[in-house]
Each structure stands twice: as C-alpha cells, then as structure tokens.
Design a protein around this ligand. Structure first.
Ligand SMILES: Nc1nc2c(ncn2[C@@H]2O[C@H](COP(=O)(O)OP(=O)(O)O)[C@@H](O)[C@H]2O)c(=O)[nH]1
Ligand SMILES: [Mg+2]
Length: 300
C-alpha cells in the first residue's frame, strides 16, 4: 500500500539479554522469526520482523541484548543492537519486570535517552509479577529517561500486546510501505536455516558450548520435487566441544538435526533435507568472516 494514508517506520526493541525481545518480536508479527531460548545472548544479529496493522507497516528490529562485550563477536553484537536503535523512528526499551530495575537497565536507558530517539517503556513478563509492583518499577525507570508511553505486556501470553500493536501502528511516520505486503522478515532463508540449527544447539546443549559455536549454511538448493536440501556447518572454538555436539555414537547431532529439520520444514513450508557437519575452528569468534556470516557488521 502507498499514498498519503499509509504509514511505515522502524521500531527497535532494545534491552538487556533475556528481557524477551525476540519473544515480543515473534508475538507482534505472529510468526517465528527470531530464535528464542532460555539462555542469554541467543540473538546475534539484527533481525527484522514486519507486521501490518490497518494502513501501517511496522518494521520491528530485534537486536542482540546489550551487555559488556569481551570478544570481537560480542562487540559486533552490541554494535548491532545500538545500530538498530540508530536507524529506528521509535525505540522500545524492553525490561524484564521480574528481574526489575538493574544496573544494566539503568545504563541502557541513559544511553538510549542520549540518542534523542522517541521512546517507549515496555515492561515485559507481567505474567510473572504481581500487578502492584509494576507501577513503581515504571516510575523508577521513568526518572532516568522520558518515555512517550508505558506498556505492560507478557510477550509469552500475549497479554497487553494488542494495545502495543495498535499504538505502534499509529506511531510510525506517514509514508509508503518499504517491503512487500506479504513479507514477514528480511532474513534470507540461508541465515534462517543456520539460526534454527543454532537454536537447537542452545536448547539441547548446556554450559558454554552454544556460546562457542556458530552455524553457517554452506548450500541451500531447491530440489526438483519442491524440497530443500540444506547443508550447514557448525564451527566450534574448542576441541572438547566437537565431541559434546556429536554425542555418544552421534546421537546428539542427530537429535539437533532432526528437530531443526522439522522446525525448518514448517517455517519454509516444504520438505527439508538437512545435513550437518561439525568443524573445529579455534578463534572463529575473532574472525571477521565468521562474524559477517552471522549477519553482523565487523567494524574492526
Ligand atoms: N514468563 C515469561 N517468559 C518470557 C516472556 N517473554 C519472554 N520470556 C522468556 O524469556 C526467555 C528469553 O526470551 P528471549 O525472547 O530469547 O529474550 P531476548 O534475549 O531479550 O531476545 C525465554 O525463555 C522466553 O521464553 C514473558 O512475557 N513471560
Ligand atoms: Mg533475542
């Protein structure tokens, strides 16, 4: 849709790791676009989720959480998060209401306020918190930065999300749609495939292995019968990690592959053949090429 009546703009979702940014993006778009796991720092790149409401097209930017970076990969992730805020017409500061006010929330709010963007406060996970605690929390955070609106939602149950959605549809600037009406994301299928495999690694493997792994799609071919043949490689930074990923007799990697394949089949709406390999690559998280392959800009 275009012309004078339509509206379109970018809304960045900013917050500490685990606040529920990816869950909120998926809830608002009604689709599984960004991977979600109980572990912090699952989202590495900037992910765009698109929804239509009335005459508005809202372009939601999910970002990696903001945290103190150590590795080159971490620095690229945090830069992508702030980059998401920079390009946005409006920023949502998403706060886990259960965790409440923290040093991390304080620092992000201060920095976000300094960008001079229009911003709203969104308290998430209200399903886990007693109602009377929400208002004082909102007031405390509002002392640091001035918010156009405050929303209280549960990205998990959908509580309050319609109200937020309606607000966003009215808040984005007037202008033509920037993406085709049917698009839900700008994430290429190759990257989506790698992300879904990475999600299974986060879900199925404990401790530091997921953080020391990255997944790249090496080939993505449409077959004559309509199915997709996907080959992906999992890079691990440590020798011991390869053995953990493969598991006794290859059971773990088979399970990761089987679940990722089912998930991908449903997302891509076609039959999927998925082939996974694990490769040791010490120091991949300092390598420019690997960081770029994860959909990030490597600035140094
Ligand atoms: N109870 C509850 N859990 C939530 C809610 N939103 C997200 N979560 C959970 O919080 C964890 C982190 O969510 P995620 O979206 O990956 O957070 P992100 O790191 O900010 O992107 C996951 O286990 C989610 O299922 C919510 O509204 N209520
Ligand atoms: Mg995330």
């Amino acid at each position: 849709m275009s012309g004078t009546a339509s509206r379109c703009g970018f809304v960045a979702i900013i917050g500490a790791p685990n606040a529920g940014k990816s869950t909120l993006l998926n809830r608002l778009t009604g689709a599984k676009i960004s991977i979600v796991t109980p572990k912090a720092q699952t989202t590495r790149a900037r992910v765009l989720g698109i929804f239509l409401a009335g005459a508005s097209q809202v372009l939601l930017v999910d970002t990696p959480g903001i945290f103190a970076p150590k590795r080159r990969l971490d620095r690229a992730m945090v830069a992508a998060a702030w980059g998401g805020a920079d390009e946005a017409d409006l920023a949502l500061l998403l706060v886990d209401a259960k965790t409440g006010f923290s040093g991390a929330v304080h620092d992000i709010a201060v920095k976000l306020a300094a960008t001079g963007r229009r911003m709203c406060l969104v308290l998430n996970k209200v399903d886990l918190v007693e109602r009377p605690k929400l208002l004082p929390l909102a007031e405390e955070i509002s002392k640091i930065a001035s918010f156009e609106q405050v929303f209280m939602v549960s990205a998990a149950t959908g509580d309050g999300v319609e109200t937020l959605k309606t607000f966003l549809a009215g808040a984005v600037p007037a202008g033509p749609f920037l993406y085709p009406e049917d698009d839900l994301t700008d994430l290429p299928e190759r990257l989506l495939a790698a992300e879904i495999v990475r999600e299974q690694i986060f879900l199925q493997i404990r401790d530091e292995v997921p953080y020391g792994s990255t997944v790249e799609t090496e080939s993505f071919a449409e077959q004559k019968d309509g199915s997709a043949r996907i080959e992906a490689v999992i890079y691990v930074a440590r020798t011991g990690h390869k053995a953990i990923l493969i598991g006794a007799g290859g059971t773990r990697i088979r399970d990761i592959g089987a679940r990722a394949r089912r998930e991908l089949s449903s997302l891509l709406d076609r039959k999927v053949h998925l082939f996974l390999r694990v490769k040791e690559r010490p120091g991949w998280d300092e390598e420019a090429a690997r960081i770029r392959a994860a959909g990030l800009n490597d600035s140094q």
